[in-house]
Design a binder for this molecule. Sequence first.
Ligand SMILES: O=C(O)CC[C@@H](O)C(=O)O
Ligand SMILES: [Zn+2]
Length: 560
Amino acid sequence: MGSGACPALLHLVVEIYLRLLAERNTSSLRFLLTLKDLNLLTFECTVLNVSWRRAIPKGIPPLNIAQKQTNKKTPCQRGPALLERYAVRRLPFARLGERDVAFFERLLPGRALTAQEEVKPFNVDWLKSVRGCSQLVLKPQTTAEVSQVLRYCYEKNLAVNPQGGNTGLVGGSVPVFDEIILSTALMNQVISFDKVSGILVCQAGCVLERLNEYVEEQGFIMPLDLGAKGSCHIGGNVATNAGGLRLLRYGSLRGTVLGLEVVLADGSVLDCLTSLRKDNTGYDLKQLFIGSEGTLGVITAVSILCPQKPKAVNVAFLGCQSFAKVLETFTTCRAMLGEILSAYEFMDEKCMELVERHLKLSSPVADSPFYVLIETSGSNSSHDEEKLNNFLEQAMASGLVTDGTVATDDKKIKRLWSLRERITEALTHEGYVYKYDISLPVGKLYDLVDDMRARLGQSAKNVVGYGHLGDGNLHLNITAESYSHSLLDAIEPFVYEWTARCSGSISAEHGLGFKKKQFIQYSKPRGAVVLMQQFKAMLDPKGILNPYKTLPSAPEWGLC
Ligand SMILES: O=C(O)CC[C@@H](O)C(=O)O
Ligand SMILES: [Zn+2]
């Protein structure tokens, strides 16, 4: 053992011992197991049910000591830090037993995964920032199978983590403890497509990009598009009410989803899978499930309205000298492009620097403090090009824009879009990323980035701002070499207080998941949260569906 490792190991031993003592739940067997394999730390500690915040004495480093010792970045080092931060305890669900596994193996032959290597990727989120310790992944193919799984889990009080493409950014799609993972990966069939109305009905596990290709062949497109389209599932998109890059033009899923089929916690099937544009018969129940992040039911099928594939698409990529100019360019382009405007995205110079450095993409325009991506979608290319050119002439002449390029062919359009779409990916190369997805009055969008940058100074590596300016949605991302409590303390609750002062939303499109649920009060009044708790209690009385997510768990929130 190298000389540097001894104090680190000692700290680890002391820390775990103190935690176990604090819990009065000492098990020497578990203790030894934990020490044997540092990578299993998350698993062991979460199973032990430790209330970390209470147990960690000041001055003793948290579990990222494992990182220091192995000098290797593993996802598990971040799990305990989050559990500590949110003081989450395992709820008294049943633990998975051999009989349960045998039941699921009979129900889903070859589709009940228990081998550690097979289960592992389902336990970790895409960002590798949270990790659960589920021992079972179920892959049903039909609604009837989902229903049987949930009926059994409900009866046996087994917690369930519904999972789509696992591309979420708030820790909502992976288990926190040992919840059974219910994956929609094999529910990937198109049920019907009506070429006259453009209404698509499909199973929840269809991958967004595959669906887009499917409807494109028939002259339509999906009403939403996002960077994760190659992996995300439509059911997951609906469950999180994903926004994405086309929202400015086609609106949110709350408008384009026409019907849903949902399996409730007790296994009963709620068939609201209608394909009607208009239906005012009673309450619109599907809205409850859109954006509920799998906490109220498991979405098994979706009916969705697809717009016509535009005949002409253009993309302009422009450089602006200030954020004020980005805003003025937006006002001008809205006025001049009107109905053909389909996206207005922005990014700052730091984002460009990172996509250039890490992804080897090159900027098509001269260095600028801000960049804007404008997309037009219409039915007449010469009409659209004329409008776009008039707008660009005016924007250049009035100094709103200092440099720019326009693309009309598919290949170049994709290249320009990837500069914006792949920022998330570029940021992951920088170390640990603190992510904030904020809705604000559009004029104030970048003030938060400036204020945060000034506040954090040298303690952060990068503070960047980009996002869906046309929707008033900022993605504020902060990076550091590794996760640190003190940096998080400098960011939160400052970022939420700042947002609340402007009557913004602390989650514009990513949901609350595990990481943001404790902050819901910054965007919703107490009465609204209590009503949400009541809906949850009514639809899922045992709380087995995606526990520890979306709704705050502290007792002061009443029902929980
Ligand atoms: O990584 C993020 O913070 C944003 C991801 C996504 O919503 C985007 O718009 O690119
Ligand atoms: Zn986004």
